[in-house]
Design a protein around this ligand. Structure first.
Ligand SMILES: [Zn+2]
Ligand SMILES: [Zn+2]
Length: 317
């Protein structure tokens, strides 16, 4: 079944053109309990506030036209911002205590993404001051005393994590690295594609199993290699808590998994590889309440998608 918006011919062409690199077809009408633009319209300001809302998937092209707070707890916030005509969702994790930040997918417009990080610091870390210029490059403190000596300065962006090497997800990588000095990481098997497209060498090549920690915190982001959409596709996983302290899992899936299906593949073999990896590593590795935050469009949960897995396998996309 086509998305209703796509039954109008011009819109369907637009949808399939814009998403053709990333999403195989416009996805079927989809009901999600997770956060999306309608939730924001209803005044909910984060995922947890929105769980009772069911919304048909309408193919909205700009998911987060403004930087949007989608998740928060006493330790951290997650904000999302859609950039460019490809509606790439860029996610930003900000630690409240230190102002340390990690950005997922430097998709486009480095200046705007840099402003996005500073705005989050102002909102989420009001006790900290922003350092200017080169001082913002402060990112690795060997000892706690070193951090204390720079208090009350926010640390700022320390990590730029790339989900995969498709051009729409990496257009700002070089300039955002230059602006912030953050360490860039991407799947090893996509590093050559990034070099070729952006003339940029990724600093850390990932093969899965790596973890990224935060200064003065036990929270970690883990890299999971889930190849299929591209050879080096990485899903970044963040285990944290809801505001009341119960466990929460966020999966930053890039173009590996969307509401309604897996990402685009170019052959039945490639689909088979992606689908089996998604089954094993995502649906087999996480509980139904894990939140899926894709590289385009709306969020979902594994539990919302799990009943449809057999259909996906049968249809082959
Ligand atoms: Zn994409
Ligand atoms: Zn892609």
């Amino acid at each position: 079944m086509l998305n209703p918006i796509c039954t109008e011919p011009n819109l369907y062409r637009a949808c399939s053109r814009i998403y053709s690199l990333c999403i195989p077809h416009m996805q079927p009408v989809h009901v999600s309990r997770a956060f999306n633009a309608e939730c924001a319209d209803r005044g909910a300001n984060r995922i947890g506030a929105c769980c009772a809302v069911t919304t048909p998937y309408t193919g909205t092209m700009t998911t987060y036209p403004e930087p949007t707070l989608i998740f928060e707890n006493p330790e951290l916030t997650v904000r999302a911002f859609s950039v460019s005509e490809m509606d790439n969702s860029v996610y930003l994790i900000t630690m409240r205590a230190t102002g340390e930040q990690v950005l997922i997918d430097p998709a486009d417009d480095a200046e705007e993404l840099y402003a996005f990080t500073l705005d989050a610091l102002l909102k989420d870390c009001p006790q900290l001051e922003l350092a200017d210029g080169e001082e913002r490059r402060v990112r690795v403190m060997e000892k706690e005393e070193d951090f204390n000596s720079i208090r009350p300065r926010a640390i700022g962006l320390t990590g730029i994590l790339v989900t995969h090497g498709h051009w729409d997800h990496i257009r700002a990588i070089k300039e955002l690295d230059h602006l912030t000095g953050a360490v860039t990481s991407a799947g090893a098997a996509d590093a050559a594609a990034i070099k070729e497209q952006e003339d940029y060498t990724v600093e850390e090549e990932l093969t899965g199993g790596e973890s990224f920690d935060f200064y003065l915190s036990d929270t970690v982001i883990r890299a999971l290699h889930v190849p299929g959409h591209t050879p080096g596709s990485i899903v970044y996983t963040l285990k944290t808590t809801w505001e009341d302290g119960t466990p929460a899992t966020l999966l930053f899936t890039g173009d590996t998994l969307f509401p309604g299906g897996v990402g685009k593949t170019d052959s039945p073999q490639q689909f088979g590889e992606l689908f089996s990896n998604v089954l094993e590593k995502l649906f087999g590795g996480f509980e139904d309440d894990a939140i899926v935050l894709p590289g385009h469009g709306r969020s979902t949960t594994l539990g919302d998608e799990r009943p449809h897995l057999e259909d996906w396998g049968t249809r082959g996309w």
